[in-house]
Design a protein around this ligand. Sequence first.
Ligand code: HEM
Length: 449
Amino acid sequence: MVESSAVPGVRELPPIRPGDTGLPLLGRALDYARDPMALFRRQWEHYGPVAPIRILGSTRVMLLGPDACEAALRNRGKAFVSGPAWTRVVGPFFRRGLMFLDFDEHLLHRRIMQHAFTRRRLESYSAAMHPAIETTLARWEPGRSFRAYPALKKLTLAIATDTFMGGAPDTTPDEMDRINRAFVDCVQSAGAIVHADLPFTRWHRAHRGRRTLDRFLRHYLPERRATRTDDLFSVLCHIESEDGERFSDDDVVNHMIFLLMAAHDTSTITLSTMLQYLGQHPEWQQRCRRESLALGPRPDLRELEDLTSLDLAMKECLRLRAPVPVVVRRTVADTEVLGTRIPADTDVVVTPQFSHMMPEYWTDPLAFDPDRFAADRREDRSHPYAWEPFGGGVHKCLGMYFAGGEVKAVMHHLLRGHQWRVDPGYVAPINNHSLPFPSDGQPIDLDRR
Ligand code: HEM
């Protein structure tokens, strides 16, 4: 053990092994894009839970396993920050969204925003989702090679337009497609190698996307300020903390852009993973359908939450393909994780997806086995951070219950109106350049019932 000169008993980070430096400039970035799990496993085997890694010209630290992830996410010594780390990954395009704020400012904004996610509000958002889901699903054209992923992406955008925006009556369907494209361009900045606003780069497209989203929201802002409605946009315009603090116009636009992004891609990925696994496991599809058929067409939030089999299947899909497989932090002071010193100004990669697949915490981790979450097994209780698709600590996902309601509402309608099959041998070709999505569009064999 190489002991730190500063603190007795604390190790220095191990040196990077000669074969582990990766490509010039890129380092191990391509290894991540190709197969994140293989990279995590190699890091774990070579270095253990606190593993140095070269990525895009700098040495970062990868935290592996629930103990190491917990240390960074709980952040008891306040040595880790979120904003600068996420800005390095996705650029300035979601600036001043909640996840990009730290410490007192984060706490203040989170306290105000919590009022937009109370139980009463969630119930009203949930009720507002049904018409958008019904209308969009009615337009789906089933077939033997139905591309589920792009269809789900449009569907979650339609839901967001209604429940977040309260509709966008001045925006044509073509313009809405451009809004969707603008989100994609902002999110895909995460895979950019050139971090400069140069023509034809991802960064350039993301800047253009941010401007499009900004214009779109500012167009509707005065009207939402003027009238109180039940959509999230209007709620953000009017909510205040216990001390009477409110969001400025800029805050509302910044938070909306981040929330639309946070809600849109993550829910789409969860839904497409569920379509894949339920298509490959017809017995589970049937089990979920039976529960949905026993309910009315437009269940309320409580009824959706009580769909037991669907809940188990959703949790298992979030384990197998976490929509946010890694979260990032940066150290602002020297700190120590599980006995290894991490210097100040180090970029840190926290890896929930690796925890989800560790045989130490899960039986047969590669298998689709939703019952592992059932009351008599509760494998997720093997460690408080064994299952962490929504993160943990002060930045834990604020939209977790919203997401659960949305995913279950869509699945409920799909199960009642459709049936689908996916080849049991199908392995989704996942694009890992930003959030993980199936690059083949996720073909399924879809029928109406
Ligand atoms: C299945 C769907 C979702 C997943 C897996 C997910 C995952 C996450 C994760 C891992 C974080 C923590 C990031 C970090 O620690 O750096 C996060 C933060 C956040 N999410 Fe979600 N999310 C989902 C859906 C949503 C939805 C639907 C909304 C809003 C309606 C939302 C709003 C937020 C917000 C506001 C934060 C930042 C919280 C803070 O910094 O205090 N998320 N999400």
